[in-house]
Design a protein around this ligand. Structure first.
Ligand SMILES: Nc1nc2c([nH]c(=O)n2[C@H]2C[C@H](O)[C@@H](COP(=O)(O)OP(=O)(O)OP(=O)(O)O)O2)c(=O)[nH]1
Length: 153
């Protein structure tokens, strides 16, 4: 593509990726041992891969409000948020040309996580096994960084 319209479109895409917010659900916010991974049900190209539960921020929502909503809708839980895992891409984690993700540690305060909508399985990963499931490609370096940050893997 070329010309002024294409340039505006490309500039918009580069400077305003869609923000996804997600949670690294753990058993303990300061000394996590267990990490919750969620297996995607769809779309087909992502189905069967594991991710951090979360989703896109809706217009008018703050990222934190969106994260609480997504966790309530997707897993049926309320959480206490811990620290954000700050990423290398303007503080976030670039997932693709289109998406960028912000990730917070979180602990369940109410409800029992269940794969209600987007997922077909949830798994609490034991220490030393956080990389034992096939995460979405973009998530692998994030899980590695998280494990290094909290001292587990
Ligand atoms: N939720 C989530 N999405 C991720 C992760 N890693 C990753 O590449 N993505 C990608 C997959 C999707 O292409 C994109 C958007 O996430 P999503 O499909 O969960 O967002 P959503 O629930 O708001 O989507 P929608 O179906 O309501 O439109 O982010 C991750 O760890 N968690």
């Amino acid at each position: 593509m070329s010309g002024p319209v294409a340039r505006v479109w490309e500039a918009g895409r580069v400077s305003h990726p869609i923000v996804v917010v997600a949670a690294a659900l753990v058993d303990d916010l300061t000394r996590p041992r267990l990490l919750l991974a969620a297996r995607r049900r769809n779309p087909e190209r992502l189905a069967g891969r594991w991710e951090f539960p979360g989703g896109k921020v809706d217009p008018g929502e703050t990222p934190v409000e969106a994260l609480h909503r997504e966790l309530r809708e997707e897993l049926g839980i309320a959480v206490e948020l811990g620290a954000e895992l700050v990423g290398p891409d303007d503080g976030a984690w670039r997932l693709s040309e289109r998406y960028t993700m912000r990730l917070w540690l979180a602990r369940v305060t109410s409800g029992d996580p269940a794969p209600l909508v987007e997922h077909d399985e949830l798994r609490w990963l034991e220490p030393d096994a956080w990389l034992s499931v096939p995460w979405l490609d973009a998530d692998v370096r994030i899980v590695e960084a998280l494990a290094a940050h909290v001292g587990s893997a």
